[in-house]
Design a protein around this ligand. Structure first.
Ligand SMILES: [Zn+2]
Length: 224
């Protein structure tokens, strides 16, 4: 895929192809509860904008696709408590898609104990604003955010899972669209070839096709 292929329209075409091939789109919590034999786990780390995520969710909803949206509470680019954003999150959560926490606690804490306390508070804040239970967590920029999510810690905080856990990746193929470059392979090339696909798709790469990648990266870097 070329960089210009990252558009909402092309995203919809990919979803349609996967549906035609018989995949079921499951949320991460849904997969844990009852894994489908042919599944796409669509993961959206919402780094830059809930409005972009909401636009992506609307496209998915039209096709009956469910996805999991991981939301930050420290983003410089958005505020989940903003009126429009909080309404969007509630609507997304009540549709059968899932809201999770995109954590970055080590930027704000000294040690593991502080980190756990903060993560628990973040979870509670997100539950309040999204009006749903938060069961999953993913890490924002893992190479800069080395707070270790052990099984014990997840349990103490009331999480069911972390998005990178083996249970999701085992027997499947994982790909990410960072900087509008699919790695290690693209969703388009994978559909029909694997029975389990885990796709990390960042909405802003698809919702802002006219904006060059470097500009979006710089904007996001301000929030890192
Ligand atoms: Zn992130």
């Amino acid at each position: 895929m070329m960089p210009h292929d990252f558009s909402l329209n092309n995203y919809e075409l990919l979803l349609q192809r996967a549906l035609k091939e018989g995949y079921r789109f499951q949320t991460f919590a849904g997969y844990l509860a009852a894994p489908a034999p042919k599944a796409v786990l669509m993961r959206h780390d919402v780094d830059g904008s809930i409005r972009d995520a909401y636009a992506m969710w609307r496209a998915e909803r039209q096709l009956g696709v469910k996805a999991t949206y991981f939301i930050r509470v420290h983003a410089s680019g958005y505020n989940p408590f903003d009126k429009e954003n909080s309404a969007a999150l509630k609507e997304m959560a009540s549709s059968g898609s899932e809201i999770g926490l995109h954590q970055e606690v080590s930027r704000y804490t000294q040690g593991p104990r502080d980190g756990e306390e903060l993560m628990l508070r973040e979870k509670q804040l997100l539950e309040a604003v999204a009006g749903c239970g938060i069961r999953g967590v993913s890490t924002h920029v893992p190479k800069r955010n080395r707070f270790v999510l052990t099984e014990d810690l997840l349990e103490r905080c009331g999480f069911l899972y972390r998005a990178g856990a083996d249970v999701f990746n085992r027997g499947g193929i994982f790909m990410s669209d960072s900087n509008r470059k699919w790695k290690p392979t693209s969703l388009g090339e994978t559909i029909g070839r694997h029975v389990k696909i885990i796709a990390l798709v960042h909405p802003f790469w698809w919702l802002n096709p006219g904006v060059e990648a470097g500009k979006i990266r710089r904007f996001l870097a301000e929030g890192f």
